[in-house]
Design a protein around this ligand. Structure first.
Ligand SMILES: Cc1ncc(COP(=O)(O)O)c(C=O)c1O
Length: 489
């Protein structure tokens, strides 16, 4: 093995040469042939990427203990075969389109078979994205976040740049406990909180805790969040779909299905947009206690409620012994932060912390401290108030456009969150409308994409987080056009 470069006897030139790992010499074979074979193989296998710069012939010769001339000849041979290109002033590089070696069997993989190009896999370009889980990313409080992050960086002692704090930075757990008690009526102490990389990771940890208790079957809302279903199945657990109606999860159907745990979104369900009714909350808690089941409360959209009533408090506040509360800043700040939390009954905390530690060693501490600062300084509350006002207006503009252009369509769900469920006018199916919208550059999902059991009346799930009001009006006009075309055909 050979590493050329920084300390090889080629002087200044060599010290700027890139490193290169080549196989050991076989003492029995000619060196030039071995060097050529090694380079050819590295290019063919993709280990040397198209455009990669090679060491200078002087540096490589010195490193390998062969003459510079021998390396030059090997480079020339591979250039002649199309593997390398020599460029005046920038040395020798791997050819941009590699694997073109004469009838190389691996050439298709190197040519792109192994890594399909984006253009080959991407569908039609989406100009307007109605994905329901996306907040308006232009609202992200960049200045406040920047200030909080700089402060965290300035104040974090060196000792806290090491490993540890697997449950999350204590400052964030303090700030979350205060915030969740105040705005969500949750019964949470800092010690019962585990910070997670998004709800998605929290759900995986919940599933592993459930398996540890011998649980096998997990109920989910149907229709509901498909990503949650994928995670549960990936954890080797059985999915038990339970219907959701306008009062939320059907708790009688849940009890009849008798699962070991249930995922529920009491504040605002996706995509129906229901709030779990008061009597169902009580029935759910009673069922969980009697059954010895766990409830994972996904506090989805709880901070984004636009009617006067405001959100109900958490289920967890009613029954912290059986409910694990999950929250996330993906809708209130940005999904890219990957910051979320689980609030756990005492007996589950240590298992959850071990699970997170073994998954990824805990999250990035500076971001956690920035969020703690944002919450503790009041900037998060101010941001939430501004975001609510913004989405309330956007939602009103969307409903107004729907009422004008699609008077026969029904809009489902309470005034909350980032999406509405638009039931299509009688006689209009989802698929042709979705295709029509796609052709116009509008990406939208139908209710069927969220449904596992019996089909529901055709509807579109319209996320209004990302598009502007002008774009939303354009969307509604295009849906009206699609519906008219569908009825006419
Ligand atoms: C129902 C539901 N819960 C939670 C989340 C938040 O997920 P995460 O925190 O992993 O971004 C989403 C995101 O779209 C969601 O749709």
């Amino acid at each position: 093995m050979s590493e050329s470069g920084t300390n090889s006897p080629g002087g200044h030139q060599a010290s700027r040469s890139p490193e290169l790992l080549l196989p050991e010499w076989d003492p029995a074979g000619p060196r030039r042939a071995q060097l050529e074979a090694g380079l050819r193989e590295s290019v063919r296998s993709g280990r040397l990427r198209p455009g990669a710069r090679l060491p200078s012939s002087r540096a490589l010769g010195a490193e390998l203990g062969v003459s510079r001339r021998l390396v030059v000849e090997a480079f020339e041979q591979l250039a002649a075969e199309g593997y390398l290109v020599a460029e005046r002033g920038s040395g020798t590089r791997v050819a941009p389109a590699t694997g073109r070696g004469p009838s190389s069997p691996e050439s298709s993989a190197v040519d792109g078979g192994a890594e399909p190009s984006r253009s080959a896999t991407a569908g039609p370009a989406v100009a307007i994205d109605l994905f329901p889980g996306a907040p308006d990313l232009s609202l992200f409080p960049r200045r406040a976040w920047g200030r909080a992050l700089r402060r965290a960086l300035a104040e974090l002692p060196d000792a806290r740049l090491g490993y540890g704090e697997f449950a999350g930075a204590p400052e964030l757990r303090e700030a979350l406990a205060e915030h969740l008690g105040r705005v969500r009526a949750a019964a949470v102490a800092p010690d019962s909180i585990l910070v997670t990389a998004g709800y998605q990771q929290g759900l995986r940890i919940f599933c592993s805790l459930l398996r540890g208790r011998g649980g096998r079957r997990v109920a989910v809302e149907d229709p509901g969040y498909p990503v949650a279903c994928w995670s549960i199945e990936a954890e080797g657990l059985e999915l038990v779909p339970v219907p959701v109606d306008e009062d939320g999860l059907d708790v009688a159907a849940l009890a009849a299905a008798d699962p070991d745990a249930v995922l529920v979104t009491p504040a605002h369900s996706l995509p129906i947009g229901a709030v779990l009714a008061a009597e169902r909350r009580l029935a759910l808690v009673e069922w969980a206690r009697e059954r010895g089941a766990l409830v994972l409360e996904d506090d989805y959209d709880a901070e984004l409620r636009y009617d006067r009533r405001g959100p109900a408090g958490t289920l967890q506040g009613l029954a912290p012994d059986v409910v694990v509360l999950a929250g996330s800043v993906s809708k209130t700040l940005a999904p890219a932060l990957r910051l979320a939390w689980l609030c756990l009954p005492a007996e589950l905390v240590s298992g959850a912390v071990i699970a997170r530690a073994s998954l990824d060693g805990g999250g990035p501490r500076l971001d956690q401290l920035a969020l703690a600062e944002l919450i503790a300084s009041g900037a998060f509350d101010r941001h939430l108030r501004a975001a609510r006002a913004h989405y309330r207006e956007k939602r009103a503009a969307l409903l107004e456009a729907i009422a004008a252009a699609l008077p026969a369509a029904r809009v489902g769900g309470i005034a909350a969150g980032l999406h509405v469920l638009l039931e299509l006018p009688p006689g209009v199916e989802e698929a042709p409308v979705i295709e029509h919208l796609a052709a116009a550059g509008i990406g939208v999902q139908g209710l069927a994409d969220f449904t596992r059991g019996d089909p529901r009346p055709p509807a579109l799930v319209i996320g209004y987080g990302l598009p502007s009001v002008r774009e939303l009006r354009e969307v509604v006009a295009t849906i009206a056009e699609a519906a008219a075309a569908a009825r006419a055909s």
